[in-house]
Design a protein around this ligand. Structure first.
Ligand code: T4K
Length: 373
């Protein structure tokens, strides 16, 4: 019997190569490779329509978009954020000379707990940077209330939240700015890429200048901007991906459903419920490995690995465990008990459009082996 292929936590969905060739021909003909070319313009417009947002500025990746978002709002001092995320969230602050202040998360959402945000505010606090972790929406109303009371800006790291909507519409309209990632591992990918979503044309203009060295025109530079522009190849690929993305999310939904059904009776594995998303994007499939499961979380991670199934412990270690954050007063396990527990319990199971039904059952079968009552 043929050995089963390895299964990774994710795999990018790619359209048929033939569909991309006409886009390449157009680039080869017009010789516009970057600096806000026609595909770049078109993708910004089409993403606004698709996502239900007013203004969107494309970037070459999500991290540069985060860096620029903080610059765009002239954030200084301290920013309250979550330790339960990818390091890019707080790295964007260190690159801007801003001090991250870590607050604990809510155990059900994995997102910043609004009550803990309020407790972390000091006279130096200027902004909050929450993350819609795994695409699960933050309590945006409670966060906005705090921001309004204390006159703080809110920049959402929405790297996982492409297309997520609640009853109020796109989650990307919450706060002052939202930042997306279009990395290869994301629901919608442009190989590498990202975007900032903002609410008015003036802010969009400022962001567009900041991502192009601060240029206003050929001879005028108004800010120490960076080079964060998305190239025409990436933008063209994004336009093509957009035609397929609904189908890809639909396939993810079916996998999510199959996991929920298959894992339901397993003792010691709990699956976080939805948070009232009108449209989820099924970007990750986190499960919690509880004390009554037959293996530790890392035991199951290793067991799956033996079968060439590469689940991931997103987000372990916590950001606060990395050396550049460890010494901060807010970076202690005592301050962050919920995040510390989540980092010890969560395993993200493989989920991506090309994962087959048989693959999903293979993952479930191994999980079930150690969770029988
Ligand atoms: N904020 C948040 C909350 C984020 O999660 C991220 C990125 C950012 C900000 C920053 O956005 P970007 O600057 O990246 O646009 C991955 C990604 O590199 C990273 O983008 C992502 N978050 C993070 C959660 O995951 P790794 O180190 O886990 O990636 P890697 O290379 O181990 O990939 C995971 C699996 O995916 C591989 O085992 C195989 C598969 N894969 C990966 C790539 C890159 C493929 O099949 N093809 C590929 O091209 O960080």
């Amino acid at each position: 019997m043929k050995k089963a292929d390895p299964i990774y936590v994710t795999q990018p969905a790619l359209p048929p190569l033939a569909e991309f060739l006409p886009y390449l021909e157009q680039i080869w003909n017009n010789k516009v490779l970057t600096n806000g070319g026609p595909f770049h313009q078109q993708l910004e417009q089409e993403l606004c329509k698709y996502l239900g947002v007013e203004h969107l500025a494309l970037f070459s990746n999500g991290t540069l978009a985060l860096l620029t978002a903080l610059q765009a709002l002239r954030i200084t001092g301290e920013v309250i954020t979550t330790p339960y995320s990818f390091v890019a969230t707080s790295h964007s602050m260190l690159w801007n000379g801003i001090k991250p202040v870590f607050a604990d998360i809510d155990p059900h959402t994995f997102n910043l707990d609004p009550a803990r945000i309020e407790a972390a505010i000091t006279p130096q606090t200027t902004a909050i940077m929450p993350v819609h972790c795994y695409g699960r929406p933050c309590d945006v109303e409670a966060i906005q209330k705090i921001a309004d009371n204390y006159n703080l800006k809110v920049i959402y790291d929405a790297a996982h939240a492409f297309g997520v909507r609640t009853e109020q519409g796109s989650i990307l309209n919450a706060g002052d700015l939202s930042v997306l990632s279009f990395h290869a591992t994301k629901v919608f990918n442009t190989f590498e890429g990202g975007a900032i979503i903002c609410k008015d044309a003036t802010t969009k203009t400022r962001i567009d200048r900041l991502k192009n060295f601060g240029f206003v025109n050929e001879t005028t530079v108004v800010a120490p901007g960076i080079n964060g522009k998305m190239s025409e190849i990436n933008a063209a690929f994004g336009l093509l991906q957009l035609q397929h993305v609904d189908q890809m999310i639909e396939r993810r939904r079916a996998i999510d459903r199959a996991y929920r059904e298959g894992l339901a009776g397993i003792r010691g594995i709990s699956v976080p419920g939805y948070l009232g998303e009108a449209a989820a994007n099924y970007s990750y499939f986190p499960v919690l490995i509880e004390a009554d499961y037959g293996l530790s979380r890392d035991g199951l991670y290793d067991k799956l690995k033996e079968h060439e199934i590469y689940a991931r412990r997103y987000f372990y270690p916590l950001i606060t465990d990395f050396p550049m954050y460890r010494g901060l007063p807010s970076a202690t396990a005592e301050n962050l008990p919920v995040a510390t527990e989540a980092a010890a319990k969560v395993l993200c199971l493989p989920i991506y459009p090309n994962l087959t039904e048989a693959d999903v059952q293979r993952v479930i079968a191994i999980c079930a082996e150690y969770g029988r009552s």
